[in-house]
Design a protein around this ligand. Structure first.
Ligand code: ZN
Length: 151
């Protein structure tokens, strides 16, 4: 990538977030040479954001997995769908700032931080289950079992 003003190739990313339609990532960039800022949009399909699991294997980032985990943790709690969406948006903003790879541990910690502010019970549920498991898939399965057993 080159600076559109001076053609310099040293560009710094100062902010990354999903664009409003969620199909693209909006990045604010700053040229190291002339200091001018510009915005780029990248289609989500072209961005290989990978999630690194604890066993070092990788899988493509999947928002629905985070949503499912938070949704389960908030089961029968006074938390709206809007709150959950907002929480996942916030997690995504930070995850996308991590550029190409992000660990499941980092995602889990972000979710825990934000759940803590939103609902204490959901936070305790999420963290007690999450800390035990190797990856999000196992975590979701266990959490589902937990709720099925309590019905
Ligand atoms: Zn420049």
């Amino acid at each position: 990538m080159k600076c559109p003003f001076c053609n310099n190739e040293n560009i710094r990313v100062i902010d990354s977030r999903p664009a409003e339609d969620n199909n693209a990532i909006r990045r604010r960039r700053q040229c190291e040479a002339c200091g001018r800022r510009f915005t780029t949009y990248e289609k989500i399909e072209t961005i290989p954001l990978m999630v690194v699991k604890k066993d070092e294997t990788r899988e493509p980032y999947d928002r629905s997995k985070i949503e499912a985990g938070v949704l389960l943790a908030c089961h029968k709690r006074p938390v709206s769908t809007q709150d959950i969406n907002h929480l996942v948006d916030e997690v995504e903003n930070e995850v996308f700032n991590a550029e190409k790879e992000v660990s499941t541990t980092r995602i889990g910690n972000l979710v825990m931080d934000k759940l803590k502010e939103l609902d204490e019970v959901a936070y305790v549920r999420f963290s007690s289950v999450y800390r035990e498991f190797k990856d999000v898939n196992t975590f979701l399965k266990e959490l589902e079992k937990l709720y099925k057993g309590r019905k």
